[in-house]
Design a protein around this ligand. Structure first.
Ligand code: LMR
Length: 328
């Protein structure tokens, strides 16, 4: 009886999700910062967990921790190396401490649409980049797209000059910082979970993000409106620790990688649709979306062009050319 009581109280005290894992299963913890559903990354993580838990039952067990509840994007990179989590998917803007190559993806107006992003990430140049951090212990398992980014602020933005003097929250990216400077505005790097509060209290005036993040984080509620600039891609690197992956038995690793690859393809195929839905939900909630005419769009592109020259050395001209070629 004593033993039974102890077992019950342990089960009650343990983390809710741990109940799903059985003794002997490899536990795969995946921590991310966005909404758990109704978001390209949240849904992709859920699908990955579902498939692993069904198809690898008895061998592996995956638990997902959304909404920064476990780690933010800086801490999750350390956690991967410490073995506290096994998977993460920070945006490509957040790897500057480990490689400068991903600065490529932050170049403003690099990709004309999500299909161009898909073409580039499927190319040899794109695939090579998955291995650009093995020297520091990380391996990219694939790219998870999330949409193109839009600007919002506490006043209408139709031209880059409208942003003059405003303060924008950015991710931890020097390219984003240079882009905001090119608009005559100021940038502040903030963790994702702090953005809503910072917009609400006026610590920052504006931000840039995908439709899905603007909707699921309710940024639109505390902004004047959103300008459909489509100025940058938001995409994630599904990343793991090299050491952890290599510690798996070959057949387990192979099955895990196969599921990962299939989920990546399935999730990416849904992104454009989900982004359109979340854009519509923002309109339905009564917010304003401002579209740019050709002249206005050209003004944004012209203003940001100097950013390319500044970072060409870090990224490499060949890589930039390969990405540009994916637009055709
Ligand atoms: C951000 O910090 O704005 C994004 O990287 C969040 C995310 O993961 O989409």
């Amino acid at each position: 009886l004593l033993a039974a009581t102890a077992a019950v109280s342990f089960a009650l005290a343990g983390p809710a999700l741990a109940d799903d894992c059985q003794d002997g299963e490899i536990v795969i913890k995946f921590s991310h910062v966005v909404a758990g559903s109704g978001h390209p990354k949240g849904d992709a993580a859920t699908l990955l967990a579902k498939r692993i838990n069904e198809e690898m039952n008895g061998k592996a067990c995956m638990q997902v921790f959304p909404n920064s509840q476990l780690f933010d994007d800086d801490k999750v990179m350390e956690a991967l190396l410490l073995g506290d989590v096994q998977l993460a998917a920070p945006s490509l803007s957040k790897f500057e401490a480990y490689t400068l190559k991903f600065r490529l993806f932050d170049l403003p107006f690099l990709f004309q649409d999500l299909e161009a992003v898909d073409r580039f990430t499927a190319s040899d140049a794109g695939k090579d980049l998955l291995n650009s951090m093995t020297d520091v212990g990380y391996l990219g398992l694939g790219y998870w797209n999330s949409g193109l980014k839009q600007f919002s602020a506490n006043k209408p933005l139709l031209l880059p000059t409208d942003a003059k003097g405003l303060k924008f929250r950015i991710q931890t990216s020097d390219v984003a910082e240079a882009m905001i400077a090119a608009m005559g505005a100021n940038a502040q790097k903030l963790a994702f979970k702090e953005v809503y509060g910072a917009l609400q209290t006026g610590v920052v005036d504006g931000q840039e993000n995908s439709w899905s993040n603007i909707y699921t984080q309710k940024f639109f509620e505390v902004q004047d409106g959103i300008t459909e600039t489509n100025h940058q891609v938001l995409a994630y690197l599904l990343v793991t620790s090299d050491e952890w992956l290599n510690s798996l038995e070959p057949d387990v690793r192979e099955q895990f990688l196969k599921i990962t690859e299939e989920v990546t393809a399935a999730a990416n195929a849904e992104v454009a649709n989900m982004e359109a839905q979340n854009r519509q939900r923002i309109l339905d909630a009564g917010s304003t979306i401002r579209e740019l005419n050709a002249d206005q769009r050209k003004a944004w592109m012209d203003a940001m062009k100097p950013v390319w020259e500044r970072f060409e050395g870090d990224i490499g001209k060949e890589l930039i050319d390969a990405a540009v070629a994916a637009n055709n």
